[in-house]
Design a protein around this ligand. Structure first.
Ligand code: GCU
Length: 679
């Protein structure tokens, strides 16, 4: 076994003999003249997949054999068969259908571009991977978002900020001379789920990345990615003109600074003609930015956008800003700084907003900026790497987290203005659109550290392509492609995957608790942290537990952060009658004896969630033990061991938090839940 190196492109042998025969028959001949690099890559994938799954080597043909041929291409090829490809699928969409050409039945994969063909081929292979019939196909699909990007927080010394899967996969030392097979496999995996961009270096950027030496290395990666329709982007440090260029200032309105960036952009494009653009973290956590010169985020972003515009590049400007010198609630700062800038950004700027207002916590309400900047493109930023979700030792399937945020109703354009619709540009068709995922990839043999963490990379791609796809469907496909099609495996494992994020919320931060993890490592519990160096890094800043109760009052009697949401959302979360338990302590400070909708006191409810969370990990590992023999022994054993670690840590989280909070509540633990539910 490869211990998970092949990801969801495992291409397992089709086990059902009848099905295999049927597949082989329908795919005996292939019409797929592949002239370009991209088409060659698609064809290589098709042939590899068919060979591995079916031991099939289809015959290259020029004409159709009834019922036994697959024909693949763009209008260039297809016009000779009188097949038109509809404009409606766009440049990146594809069709997969059973069709009649001159009375002969065949399977058609059609797209308007070579990239569309790549997507079509991967999705066709998926049908076989999940053992679906291919005899009556009628699929038409296209991405709903333009920029579907992985953000690597990889440093040039190969450490990965918040990375838990080994060192960076980019071997800067050996680049550009050595092209690791991993780069190609990385690009294949991304293309298979429609990811079309990669920011290869950390948002806490090193100015050196823009030096000619590094640009040559970046160019080598870009050449690999291009074949798979993936553009390369760089995180840039705002002070690069000073650090790299020797200028006295990085003031975005200074003519010499503008010229430096314009020249740098020209230089980059001379190496990489289809370079994607810049990602910028500015005036956040000590990074330099336009505010250091009395300018706004818009001044900074637009200056870079001017430099990239002649080459069609974009600027992804992050809204993750907060500052302990600003005395207001940290929750509110991004909105306060960015909302007044709505409409002031150039067309090729997209503001990248984290899903929630604080920082990728196990559960956050959606960020109040979504819907609040109708004239500005907003790019969703999810975190795939599990900084606050147990690193790569805890099994947490994140698709339900993505869906929860994306399906939240912002009400900013009336009922039904979900976050997904906002970022898709449904309310302003002129805007560019996108979604970013902070990568969880490293040099570990299995790429992501935990075999199940691969599902988060996979689910991110699927969600960025079409945010309406359900977490259950995505998990189902991923399990079948990654492990086995055995229903006795897929069904129980899918069930616990779908519950896994809620389990972790329960044993880490239930009922709307947030930012109570260990200081700086962000691993393990730390609700007692009150000396992290600045108040907005203290756990006590967020939970505000004392003898009277617990929670952050963000209503009108408190920080009034709720006023940043549309009136309907504000009203719902402000009222204790309608605020869901999940968000309660995000917005309210309540007494320990406050009566919950369950009938329990707040204290009892809290304890109940912590215990249920730890118990659910035990249940999950029991289910896993029954999977022995259904998949390869290596991954079975690795997951089994990881679950034991997770269980121990869930118990630590539970006990640490319950005992810490008990010092304030002074209420008993044993009477709080039925004995039968005691783990
Ligand atoms: C978190 C994380 C940092 C990271 C930052 C960011 O605060 O802990 O390591 O740099 O997010 O998103 O910029």
């Amino acid at each position: 076994a490869d211990n998970g190196y092949k990801l969801w492109l495992e291409y397992n042998k089709v086990g059902n003999p009848q099905l295999a025969v049927a597949y082989r028959q329908q795919l005996s001949y292939v019409i797929f003249p592949a002239a370009s690099d991209r088409l060659k890559a698609a064809k290589f994938e098709l042939l590899t997949g068919l060979d591995e799954m079916l031991t099939l080597k289809p015959v290259d043909a020029k004409s159709i054999t009834n019922g036994q041929t697959i024909i693949i291409g763009t209008p260039q090829l297809l016009k000779s068969f009188s097949i038109a490809v509809p404009d409606s699928i766009g440049g990146e969409g594809y069709l997969i259908k059973t069709t009649l050409i001159g009375q002969k039945k065949c399977i058609l994969i059609a797209a308007n571009s070579d990239v569309g063909v790549i997507y079509g081929v991967f999705n066709f292979l998926k049908l076989i991977q999940i053992n679906q019939s291919i005899s009556k196909l009628n699929i038409s699909d296209h991405p709903r978002m333009m920029y579907r990007v992985l953000d690597h927080w990889d440093n040039l010394n190969r450490t990965v900020e918040r990375g838990y899967a080994g060192s960076s996969i980019w071997n800067w030392h050996k680049l550009p001379g050595v092209i690791d097979q991993r780069y190609i496999d990385y690009a294949r995996a991304n293309a298979s789920v429609g990811i079309n961009g990669s920011v290869v270096n950390n948002v806490n950027a090193d100015a050196l990345i823009l030096s000619p030496q590094y640009l040559l290395k970046v160019q080598a990666l870009a050449n690999v990615f291009r074949t798979y329709g993936i553009k390369i982007y760089l995180s840039v440090k705002f002070s690069s003109p000073v650090e790299l260029g020797g200028l006295k200032t990085a003031d975005p309105l200074d003519p010499a600074v503008k010229k430096w960036w314009a020249d740098k952009a020209d230089e980059i494009y001379s190496y990489i003609p289809d370079f994607g653009g810049f990602l910028v973290k500015a005036n956040s956590e000590g990074q330099p930015g336009p505010q250091s010169y009395g300018r706004t985020h818009a001044d900074g972003a637009n200056m870079l956008a001017d430099a990239l515009e002649p080459h069609h590049g974009i600027v992804m400007w992050r809204a993750f800003v907060y500052d302990n010198k600003v005395p207001d609630d940290r929750f509110k700062q991004a909105y306060n700084e960015f909302k007044p800038l709505d409409g002031k950004f150039k067309d090729n700027v997209i503001v990248q907003v984290k899903n929630g207002p604080i920082d990728f916590q196990p559960r956050e309400p959606f960020h109040p900026l979504f819907g609040a900047m109708p004239n500005t493109p907003l790019m969703m930023e999810f975190q795939l790497t599990q900084e606050y979700l147990g690193f790569s030792t805890h099994l947490v399937y994140e698709a339900p987290l993505f869906a929860e945020c994306l399906q939240s109703d912002t009400y900013t354009h009336g009922k039904g203005s979900t976050v997904a619709r906002v970022i898709k540009g449904d309310f302003n068709k002129k805007l560019i659109t996108g979604m970013a995922g902070v990568a969880n990839i490293g040099a570990d043999l299995n790429w992501c550290g935990h075999p199940f963490a691969q599902a988060n990379w996979y689910a991110f791609g699927r969600t960025a392509w079409n945010s309406d796809q359900s977490p259950a469907v995505i998990a189902d496909d991923w399990l079948r492609m990654t492990f086995t099609d055995d229903e006795n495996f897929v069904s129980p494992v899918k069930k616990f995957m779908l519950q896994s994020r809620e389990n972790t919320v329960n044993y880490m931060a239930p009922l709307g608790l947030h930012h109570i993890m260990g200081v700086s490592t962000h691993y393990g519990p730390g609700p007692w942290v009150d000396n992290a160096g600045r108040p907005d890094w203290n756990a006590t800043y967020y939970h505000k537990a004392d003898s009277s109760g617990i929670g952050f009052d963000r209503t009108g009697t408190g920080s009034n952060a709720l006023a940043q949401y549309a009136p309907e959302v504000k009203a719902r979360w402000e009222s204790l009658q309608t605020c869901p338990d999940e968000y309660l302590l995000w917005f309210h400070h309540l007494s320990w004896t406050y009566k919950m909708s369950s009938g329990r006191s707040l204290w009892d409810e809290l304890v109940y969630h912590y215990y249920a969370g730890a118990e659910s990990v035990k249940q999950m590992s029991r289910t896993w033990e029954k999977m022995e023999g259904k998949i390869d022994a290596e991954r079975f054993s690795e997951v089994k061991q990881l679950m034991q670690v997770q269980l121990n840590e869930a118990i630590t989280w539970r006990d640490a938090c319950v005992l810490y909070f008990q010092t304030f509540s002074k209420m008993p633990i044993e009477t709080t839940y039925p004995k039968s539910q005691h783990p």
